[in-house]
Design a protein around this ligand. Sequence first.
Ligand code: CA
Length: 442
Amino acid sequence: MPNRRRFLSVLSATLAGTLVLHACGNPPDKGGGADGSSSAPAADVNLETKTITIGYVPILEAAALVAGVEKGFFAKHGLEVKLVKQASWPAARDNVVIGSAGGGIDGGQWQLPMPHLITEGIITNGKKVPMYVLAQLSSQGNGIAVSNSMKDANLRVNLTPAAPTIIGFPKTEGRKFRAAHTFPHANQDLWIRYWLGAGGIDPDKDIELLTVPSTETFQGMRNGILEAFSTGDPWPFRIVADDIGYMAALTAEIWPVHPEEFLGVRADWVDKNPKATQALLKGLIEAQQWSDKPENKAALAQMLSSRAYFNAPVSVLEPALKAEYKLGADLKPSNDPKLGPLYWNSDRGVISYPYKSLNLWFLVESIRWKFHPGQLDTIAQAQALVDKVVREDLWRQAATDVGVPAADIPSGSSRGKETFFDGIVFDPENPQAYLDSLKIKR
Ligand code: CA
């Protein structure tokens, strides 16, 4: 099919600038066998649209989206994915409200529950933009970084021993212990709140918890005005590399194989472009399988490091992708790949599947902290919102079409009970019991 080949070739060149892609000459890795990336179906030439504009933030959660473009996985299914770097999470939110027709984005990478809150107009000044969550992009790969000024306290995942130092901080410094996340009421806020709460520290009363963009969290710690921050790799990784601080806790330690960031697209785009949505999901699934393979981590780090994407050194990205962490104030080496960012395989099944049970946790946590009083107050509301937003059905269809073995495709909406490092259990069948079991809440 010379015409299609020429199209893909032009498309690849357009997408990658000078980099020559592999959409025609060298098809993307087909893997085969265990990871399920078996056959290479031909692109559907009858897609309703040939392009989608997707926002991303330069942290490791976006890795598979970049791989999907650079390795030609989306192009293989006939879709040009235009990846547009977002300056911040608020910018991504504002751009999806605008939509690509207005110069914004059709969808993108999200912390949860951003798509749910945008759907309800809760974080968009009342403007409701219905969205669908289509896939989970990654698990783990986030961490809580702590300043070297807290070296003596050696903060780790269990904060109980260090809690008096943190709570007593005003006595020594004249201000409270200061921590930051990059966007309120979503993942990185929730991880640090969970960690503090489990250690007996009230994040709203005992410390100062601020919203600060990633780059400024780094500078804030360097300048001694921030003791801790919660964000995605490679930022926590960089503070260790630059000897500014240390990693107190990996999110993988707080909640093994936890849900991290997700692909969410405007519902109007998906409803109007069902075939193109399938192409997007098929390309993403294959990109996640590729990104997850240990032998591809070095190439992935190279890809992400370019100016067009993360503009960060390979020397920081590659160890972060390979989970070559140094943990705690004593910088204890840890090389357990099970603690690093995961894109496809895990002990809890396929990462990419957008479990409703995992989406629900973020909304239950919103209720725990009373983030949106009068707008999101009950578990019934949370469940209804998850049902409206999460499209497991679309994921299953794409996975089946792209050759994921049936045994790897979850048949239900629940991953089952989730257990945190402090022994607390989130049973999606009984979220109230989870809320009741938490000591610190609003
Ligand atoms: Ca994250």
